[in-house]
Design a protein around this ligand. Sequence first.
Ligand code: SF4
Length: 727
Amino acid sequence: MAELPLSKEKIAEQFGPHLKYDPPGGWELSVSEPDAKVKTHCCFCGQGCGIILKVQNNQVVGFDPWEAFPFNQGKLCPKGVKRYMQGSHPDRLMYPMENRQGVGYERISWDDAYTKVIDAIQRIQGEHGKDAFALLSGVSLSNEKSYLIGKFARVALQTANLDYNGRLCMVSAGAGNKKSFGIDRAANSWADILETDLIVCAGTNVSECSPITTDYIWKARDKRGAKLIVIDPRMTPIARTADLYLPVRPGTDVYLANTILNLMIQAGHIDEAFIREHTTGFEDVKAGVAKYTPEDCEKVTGVPAANIRKAALWWGEAKRSFLLHARGIEHHTKGVDNVCSYINMVLASGRIGRVGCGYGTITGQGNGQGGREQGHKCDQLPGNRDITNPEHRKYVAGVWGIDEKDMPGKGLSAQEIMNDIHAGKIKGLLSICFNPLVSLPDQQFTEEALKKLDFYVAIDFFLNETARYADVILPGSLHEEDEGTATTAEGRVIRIQAAVTPPGEAKIDWHIFQDLAKRLDKQKYFDFKTSEDIFNEMRVASHGGTADYYGITYEMIEKNMGVFWPCPEIGHPGTPRLFEGGKFYHPDGKAHFNAVEYRLSADLINEEYPIYLTTGRVIFQYLSGTQTRRIGFLVDQCPEPYVEIHPILADKHGIKEGDQVKVTSRRADILLKAKVVKTIRPDTVFVPYHWPDAKSVNRLTQRALDPISKIPEFKFSAVRIEKVNFT
Ligand code: SF4
């Protein structure tokens, strides 16, 4: 057998346990039949692609494409084809551990671990009140776990301070959707993208962050000759194929969308009958956008006026259209305004709720849609109910069998929880699958806060960077080690199947919460035998809410390969396309225009900090990298962060490709390798965010929040750059 150019260790890292070194024969690919093939889904983004995992000896050893699954039809992106490898990583947490000062982590028994956790909860809540113990959860968890964690916080801990890492991701979209439509979901399944004539992608790096959606866009272009407009400060891979690219300056989306709407109104390119019969608030919006001219817009956004006119004309004249957006417009202190301004364009066109006509916000995280529906947000109860609404509280308290008066009220959002930890008001923390030290802005502040905690317990499957500060670590379960459901960016509820059991003494996450509830004397509220038991209670708790899952069963999901909510009754087929017949979800049955004015971002540029910094993902990494930084192939493709700089800006600073560059914001500086590219605005730099410690771009970002969604402004910080010479 020929020598391979990689070491034995490297091969094992890249190809996993099914490629064996067997001297003298050399490398052999294991071709033995797996013990089982399990139809489930990829967990590395909100698309939820179908995948078949191959299992041998309780280990996931490979995958087959799941051709029949309708969304991705066998296609997977680079993360998807390698996701099966994480379970065999030696870092997998397998035993409870205690952090002993001066010694490090030492293995302890589950009994000891639970005793320490419960003692700390009772001590802190006894001395400082219930809300002094907070819970931070992860949105990549299944719907069942999201629901159970929400119930655990309110019923077992009785703390108001529960929030989730979707707060750093999709909450501006959720708030904008609710304000505009009365419901928080993509308006259509992606099947409608295939039937459209014009696609607008605003602030969404589709090809890297939601790769399979690219296929829908390309098919629409191939099949119907659909045009594509991309709005983004970076010429992302999808933008390179666009018919019209609008390189908007970070933080100026409202100005652009208002100008386009004004041009549509002036040209008569609006659907007056739809506006009259199915919406409210148009006159306010019309009056508000009247002053937004293409020439002023060019000055503010940096987009040439002629191209703004062209975009307005194309959008105005289209017979069918589909608008997609993501974090690029949402990660701002005016994220909700940005979302509403683009939805205003959709509503004015009247092109929604019909074949090939729609709107979608692309969820980023594995269960980014479902995780924001079932009650583990600080302001929410299951079914996307409002925790401040007396009727909603009464209904859910009834399902849970508690007195409504015992249910806490609205708590703090994720960043606000960290602020209160820093201020010494919150003393204890339980986190699950959330890595705030990498994910939250202003990393130094987060670090200071974590050091102030009296007690911190982290549940996870790898020791993430935040968990280094934990007093106790509880080993939980990987995606493939438990069953349940998730909900995709389209609003399709899918079945997650368990392929293997947790290794060592690691436990299924919801079993850990059951054990804790039992020790808090709340066992009777958590008496579930299976994930399906949790799902069935969740269905009832969601019934009558806007995110109504009541009619969905495990059997129905498996039979149909997914069911679109709302599905309010048994026998209901689900709802792939919302708003048909102009029926919206506000009590008046109408969609609401929301008048929004352009306003400045929180961190302004000046002579000292003259450059816009924006952050985002790369295709090879996922969120804070806890999982993907442990998969050798993905690490090799993108091992470290870098700073993208336009050649004009690079020349100005004497920077060449590969040079070390110091990027400095008002909070900190970091050193990064320069990537000189023509695909970014010359006044803007970009750094991906998946890495910790000294190279974390979140050392530079700021804690300013959108006043409604409480999302931090990850997409705009003022910075300066300089080349660093090492002598
Ligand atoms: Fe996984 Fe998303 Fe890639 Fe699909 S597009 S394979 S869900 S990371």
